[in-house]
Write a protein that binds this ligand. Structure first.
Ligand SMILES: C[S@@+](CC[C@H](N)C(=O)[O-])C[C@H]1O[C@@H](n2cnc3c(N)ncnc32)[C@H](O)[C@@H]1O
Length: 246
């Protein structure tokens, strides 16, 4: 995935250019549900208002909708807004809005959980989005950021080979400085066919690294580690107010 800093909308070629393949990828990702199990432990959302920032085609919205009182997906890329709206049109308590992490189309103090998965919150530069999440969260609300952990497993090595300037340690230090807690989650990605696996690898990596990844992968599964960064509104507000004034 390409991540360009200093821009309010971050290019996401994988899902922007190949939404059908990204659907295959989402179905293969974390087949045992380890991330959602961890999220439920961190912050149960039964009867609560959940926002999924950078929701893409809305793949995760129905999962939150099973228990939440309402769910709002926010996504800047208009074709994905349409796909997400289509996905949840039968769910009356779910809506999808066009918008960005740094300018959420939501009232202050109106949300219990802000979730983002592999979207916008990639380290330094995402401070405006953190401030926006804290604005829309109610007191005691929580911001939960799920991202790939490039320190682990072959998948992490392939990521670092494609992004030589990406420093996972610096990203973790950034979130720690901002007051976030960290939890790591190991997942299994499992594909139905080798063709699906190869095609998904092809939208995630450069041709050279994709070739290496194909060679180094046996069978239909990949081990992929994630980081979950969390921060609760009340615990952070005074500190962040100080940060904002710098
Ligand atoms: C890799 S996709 C992940 C989509 C979704 N979270 C999922 O797990 O299926 C990253 C998403 O972040 C969105 N995005 C890019 N810039 C953004 C911003 N400034 N605010 C919110 N979302 C953004 C992209 O349009 C894309 O849909």
């Amino acid at each position: 995935m390409l991540r360009r800093r200093g821009r309010t909308v971050i290019a996401s070629p994988n899902i922007w250019h190949w939404p059908e393949l990204y659907e295959v990828e989402n179905r293969a990702q974390d087949v045992d549900g380890a991330i959602f199990a961890a999220l439920r432990e961190i912050t149960p959302w039964s009867g609560r208002v959940v926002v999924d920032v950078g929701c893409g085609s809305g793949y995760h919205l129905p999962v939150f909708a099973e228990a939440a009182s309402s769910v709002i997906g926010v996504e800047p890329h208009p074709p994905l807004v349409s796909l997400a709206q289509q996905r949840v049109k039968h769910l009356s308590h779910v809506s999808v809005l066009e918008g960005r992490a740094d300018k959420l189309p939501l009232a202050s103090n109106s949300v219990d959980v802000v979730h983002a998965r592999t979207a916008y919150f990639f380290g330094r530069g995402c401070e405006p989005g953190i401030n926006e999440a804290l604005r829309v969260l109610r007191s005691n609300g929580i911001l939960v950021i799920v991202d790939l952990d490039a320190t682990a497993h072959p998948y992490g090595q392939w990521m670092r080979e494609d992004l030589p300037h990406y420093n996972p340690g610096a990203v973790e230090a950034f979130f720690a400085e901002q007051g976030f807690s960290l939890r790591r989650v190991d997942t299994t990605w499992r594909f139905n066919t080798r063709q699906d696996l190869n095609e998904v690898i092809g939208i995630e990596f450069s041709p050279r690294v994709a070739l290496r990844a194909e060679r180094e992968t046996v069978g239909l599964s990949l081990s992929v580690r994630y980081r979950i960064h969390t921060i609760q509104k009340t615990l952070v507000h005074p500190h962040r107010a100080g940060v904002d004034q710098r």
